[in-house]
Design a protein. Sequence first.
Length: 70
Amino acid sequence: MKKNVGNIDRVLRILVAAFLGYLIFSGTLVLSSLLGIIALIIAVIFGFTGIVGWCAIYQLFGASTCPVKQ
């Protein structure tokens, strides 16, 4: 998998994942609610793509936030 998520995008994804994780584990968002489940799924996806540096949706549409290496 070729990286297609740039550094700023990766940091933002990890921050969003951490914030959603905080809301879930602090009890603000309850996992028994639909909103809590959606937040958990988004947090896991954003955390994974932020750590790995590859996004399937970017790949599908041919997008990339990585700087072009010359």
